[in-house]
Ligand binder design. Structure first.
Ligand code: HEC
Length: 187
């Protein structure tokens, strides 16, 4: 009996009175082949389980790595108050800049940092390329202290005016910031 007979037998099976033909397919699987197939399937299952284990281990490892990473800097957030720039202080400051350093410490450092290195979550570093003289001239510093600053470069919000600064104090602050900028290659 061949495949064609098989198909005819199938086709006839639905008709009433169709003679029940006993079909023996030449493709019937021998017990030996079945045994081989089941071994192959068992191998396949082992293979799948191995893949699952490897994936699970990889997932755990990735989770652990993420956890470590998130712990290392406070659940992925930038640590509040952290310096935002690495500032090299000049070996010497001019007398005017030294006076300015005092005024800066008293009036600006709480937000911008002692060396104007910025504070995460509070205020930007003034020792930064965007505050170089060609981009933020001295007048920008005067205006910032007198009138405050509307947030535009950073996500820290507005800077309130800093009242009570004399002109010489302001000039000193500007000298201080400029000299530190120069020491850091910002000119
Ligand atoms: C209460 C916090 C705070 C204090 C105090 C403070 N600043 Fe600021 N300052 C800020 C913030 C925030 C910004 C950023 C605004 C922005 O997004 O551009 C800023 C920006 C500036 C800018 C950039 C202005 C511009 O035109 O973009 C200058 C210059 C500046 N500050 C100088 C000073 C000086 C000088 C002092 C001290 C006399 C001072 N700041 C004190 C918070 C502060």
């Amino acid at each position: 009996m061949d495949r064609r007979t098989d198909r005819i037998a199938e086709a006839g099976a639905g008709y009433p009175g169709a003679s029940p033909i006993k079909v023996t397919s030449p493709y019937q699987t021998s017990p030996a082949l079945l045994a081989r197939l089941s071994v192959a399937r068992a191998d396949q299952r082992k293979e799948i389980m191995r893949t699952v284990y490897v994936a699970a281990i990889a997932a755990v490892a990735a989770g652990g790595a993420w956890w470590l990473w998130s712990q290392s800097d406070g659940s992925g957030q930038v640590e509040e108050g952290r310096a935002l720039a690495i500032v090299t202080m000049p070996a010497t400051l001019s007398p005017e800049a030294q006076a300015g350093q005092q005024a800066f410490a008293a009036n600006c450092a709480s937000c911008h940092g002692t060396d104007a290195e910025g504070r995460a979550g509070t205020a930007p570093p003034l020792i930064h390329k965007i505050y170089e003289p060609g981009h933020h001239g001295d007048m920008a510093f005067v205006m910032a202290a007198r009138n405050g600053v509307r947030a535009h470069h950073w996500p820290f919000g507005n800077m309130a005016p800093v009242p009570g600064l004399t002109d010489p104090e302001l000039a000193g602050i500007i000298s201080f910031v400029r000299e530190v900028q120069v020491a850091n290659g910002i000119r």
